[in-house]
Design a protein around this ligand. Structure first.
Ligand SMILES: Cc1cc2nc3c(=O)[nH]c(=O)nc-3n(C[C@H](O)[C@H](O)[C@H](O)COP(=O)(O)O)c2cc1C
Length: 342
């Protein structure tokens, strides 16, 4: 049974920072920014613990997506995004961030330990990334036709590299090949009723008391049909329709890009999540929104084809399309209290 969150997680403001409070209380406050991170199906697969050593970030496997993400790769990427949001918040409020990835080999689901280092004034870049945390949304409609300019693109590539990943723009004939792969992935995934049931299980038709999952409005499902959305999605194979529209979205996007890493271990996934988060925030700060077309990365055979197409030994992790869009409402989140463990 879901409860109504006492405070809207998106209502956090810079003025709320408890400057005179104890360190644990300040650390708990910083988590209000971590929970705004994106995650696959908005499952929010994270838990945090505040200890004397800092903030522990744990993978929450009870929120896994066994059909679309059997290895928990995207689960760790989502946690990496939350880790990056947390690090930006640490720096915004005047400290260097210290991060120890996988600090205890005996506990592989303890993904990171974050602590505060020396006091340091936030740079202009940190302030810009920080402001983008509350403005960022996954943008599923079509983008405006405006191109992504060269300085913006350069900033996105740098953002990915700063966190140990890479971003590869997909243009020319390769764009058609990747778009066709997205369509094929949609068709394969939607043909599987277990995939459809899993997706349907995360679609939410209302907002009252909802604190996770993808609201129907974010998927462009009209209000009147919203209550039927999950049932329809579970019962019908919409793969042909979905595939066609995703293919067109991939072809029409001002920017289509693959974000990846050199390796494909859980530590690489954590870097991928941080790279993704930095790309999304750097983009948002420049007026660019993003949406995901990850399907080919989720189907092992198609991921192998994507690697061949990209012509490199490295590993694709996420596919994004980016461009200029309009403001959208946020999607639900659990509050800090709900993701804290003692
Ligand atoms: C690793 C990862 C994979 C995702 N994959 C998809 C996807 O395949 N399709 C999609 O529409 N959104 C995808 N999303 C976006 C999430 O659905 C979105 O972040 C979540 O619903 C919360 O909404 P918000 O980003 O607007 O805050 C993905 C997000 C992450 C972090």
């Amino acid at each position: 049974m879901q409860t109504v969150a006492s405070t809207d997680p998106w209502s956090v403001s810079e003025a709320d920072y408890p400057a005179d409070a104890s360190e644990p209380e300040q650390l708990r406050h910083l988590l209000r920014y971590a929970v705004l991170a994106p995650s696959a199906h908005n499952a929010q697969p994270w838990r945090f613990r505040v200890t004397d050593a800092g903030i522990e970030l744990h993978a929450d496997r009870s929120r896994a997506l066994p059909v679309s993400d059997p290895d928990g790769r995207e689960l760790v990427i989502g946690c990496g995004a939350a880790l990056f949001f947390l690090r930006v918040a640490v720096r915004r409020f005047g400290h260097m961030d210290r991060v120890h990835l996988f600090p205890d080999p005996a506990r592989p689901d303890l993904l990171a330990l974050v602590s505060r280092g020396d006091e340091a004034r936030a740079s202009r870049e940190v302030l810009t990334l920080f402001r983008a945390i509350r403005e960022r949304r996954t943008y599923r409609p079509a983008f405006e036709e405006r191109a992504v300019g060269a300085p913006d693109l350069a900033a996105l590539l740098e953002a990915a590299e700063d966190e140990g990943g890479w971003l590869r723009p997909v243009a020319g004939p390769l764009r058609d090949d990747v778009a066709a792969l997205v369509e094929e992935a949609d068709k394969r995934q939607y043909a599987d009723s277990a995939f459809r049931r899993e997706l349907a299980g995360w679609i939410r038709s209302g907002t009252r008391g909802v604190e996770d999952g993808i609201p129907a409005y974010a998927l462009g499902i009209p209000d009147l049909l919203a209550p039927l959305g999950p049932t329809l999605m579970g019962a019908l194979n919409l793969g042909g329709m979905r595939g066609g529209s995703d293919r067109r979205a991939a072809q029409a996007a001002p920017l289509l890009a693959v974000l990846g890493t050199e390796g494909d271990r859980p530590s690489d996934w954590l870097h991928a999540g941080q790279s993704l988060a930095r790309v999304l925030l750097a983009g948002q700060a420049r007026g660019l929104s993003a949406a995901f077309l990850n399907q080919p990365v989720q189907v092992p055979e198609l991921r192998a084809r994507l690697r061949e197409m990209l012509g490199r030994e490295a590993w694709p992790q996420v596919i994004v399309r980016m461009g200029h869009g309009k403001a959208l409402p946020p999607t639900p989140r659990r509050t800090v209290e709900e993701v804290l463990v003692s």
